[in-house]
Design a protein around this ligand. Structure first.
Ligand code: NAD
Length: 434
């Protein structure tokens, strides 16, 4: 049956699906709808692909250092596993919601399909204040969350990884807890773990490295030389700090970065390595960093820098920021940083937006390499990891660019078209099991 879905009529197709319409999920759906229309997606497949396959909610009791038991809410959403075991990070944050996790899980489905790794999409979250919790409390929380989801996780089922406020140590606790229950060491159950436990060389830097690779590819398309470009980066965590470092290594002048404590500007260029050391030695933030002028986050987003890398969280670039930004290229290190209304403004202004599901796919690509290495029991050199990552990111960028040109759409819609098409094709081949 042809699929003549008018974007304005899409509610007809989505009802009676009980999908809450909050922002990150709605942002994802708006783009998915456009891709579905271009692909003339079968209506039944549309209905199937816009819902998560499974959602798990767990109450996690944790004995705090004070001796009091507190209960935290945890989520794991499996959006889709048509292409393989589901894959996606775990986010610890006081404001994380089930709908945000649902959107992030769906983005993982399209991202894995787009970069050609044999995984479906998932995401996890725990509503907790990680910066106010001790390492012991975080360990007890992580272990109980893992034990609760023991039947969900697995190297062939669902493979978690780090996301906001989760790191290698937390992945090590997941590995250990899962392995204790499985009665054998299962290092392929989680990625982004320490190298000493079967982690991959290059994984920690992979997302930032992918951001750098696609930025270089975009500059080449626009005829810009890295040495002539200024860069602003929002977020100075795993993704933002590495992206800033590697872009500076390529010759770009990084004039501003920000974190939760605000923005830091130096028109002559910031010393990114010095800032990384400062963060390590000063409680994890840039607060009080001396060699920069303090600016607000909004000022950072609207600077006249040639390249803007949002690498903090969702919904940062709205219509107004889009109007005011001086960037020529926006590279979405974060998931979902740009609202759909802002996309239109940016396109009209001629700003090239490299969408999240392409720009930050370096992380899941090297997670895939890590999983492959664990399963083979044979570990690659960092050079091999980086070479393969660079090649996959360059290929993905080129294919998204061609797809966007072919359909005369933005790179974002081009990326969705590629991701959704691949999943829909696999679904067609597998068929619907009755
Ligand atoms: P992180 O916790 O290491 O760092 C987040 C950074 O953002 C911190 O510097 C924090 O201070 C800053 N921040 C938080 N709120 C902010 C705000 N309102 N304004 C400015 N800065 C703010 O997290 P991360 O792993 O770097 O993830 C960042 C983003 O990248 C998230 O959207 C995540 O989903 C996405 N992502 C991460 C990976 C990965 O491999 N880590 C992969 C793909 C996508």
């Amino acid at each position: 049956m042809p699929f003549n879905l008018d974007v304005h009529d899409r509610a007809v197709y989505r009802e009676p699906a009980p999908i809450a319409r909050d922002d990150p999920f709605e942002s994802m759906m708006e783009r998915f709808d456009v891709a579905a229309k271009i692909l003339e997606l079968n209506p039944g497949f549309y209905e199937y692909l816009c819902r998560p396959a499974r959602m798990h909610i767990t109450s996690i009791p944790v004995e705090m250092d004070s001796g009091r038991v507190k209960v935290f809410e945890g989520y794991r959403v499996i959006h889709n596993n048509v292409l393989g075991p589901s894959k996606g990070g775990i986010r610890f944050a006081p404001d994380v919601t089930l709908n945000e996790v649902k959107a992030l899980a769906a983005w993982m489905t399209w991202k894995c399909a787009l970069v050609n790794v044999p995984f479906g999409g998932a995401k996890g979250g725990v509503v907790c204040p990680p910066s106010e919790m001790s390492a012991d409390e975080l360990e007890r929380l992580t272990r109980r969350y893992t034990a609760d989801l023991f039947d969900v996780f697995g190297p062939d089922k669902d493979i978690p990884a780090p996301d906001m406020n989760t790191n290698e140590q937390i992945m090590a606790w997941i590995l250990d807890t899962y392995s204790m229950h499985a009665r054998q060491t299962e290092n392929a159950v989680v990625t982004g773990k320490p190298v000493g436990l079967g982690g991959s060389l290059g994984r920690r830097e992979a997302t930032g490295r992918g951001v750098m690779t696609v930025t270089m590819a975009a500059m080449e398309r626009l005829g810009l030389a890295p040495g002539d470009c200024t860069v602003a980066v929002q977020g100075f965590g795993n993704v933002g700090s590495i992206a800033a470092e590697l872009l500076a290594d390529q010759g770009c002048t990084v004039v501003a970065v920000s974190d939760i404590t605000g923005g830091y500007y130096n028109g002559k260029g910031l010393d990114i390595k010095k800032m990384q050391t400062y963060v390590q030695e000063n409680g994890g933030t840039l607060e009080g960093y001396p060699d920069a002028e303090q600016i607000t986050n909004e000022e950072l987003l609207t600077l006249d820098a040639d390249v803007l890398v949002p690498a903090a969280k969702e919904d940062q670039i709205d219509e107004e920021i889009a109007e005011d930004t001086g960037a020529r290229i926006i590279v979405e290190g974060a998931n979902g940083p740009t609202l759909p209304e802002a996309d239109t403004v940016l396109r009209d202004k001629g700003v090239l937006v490299i969408p999240d599901i392409l720009a930050n796919a370096g992380g899941v690509t090297v997670s895939y390499f890590e999983w492959v290495q664990d399963r083979q029991g044979y570990f690659w050199t960092e050079e091999r990891v980086n070479q393969r990552l660079d090649r996959m990111m360059q290929d993905a960028f080129a294919k998204v660019y061609e797809t966007a040109e072919k359909h005369d759409v933005s790179l974002r819609i081009g990326a969705y078209v590629m991701g959704v098409r691949k999943v829909a094709e696999a679904l067609r081949l597998r068929g619907i099991y009755a």
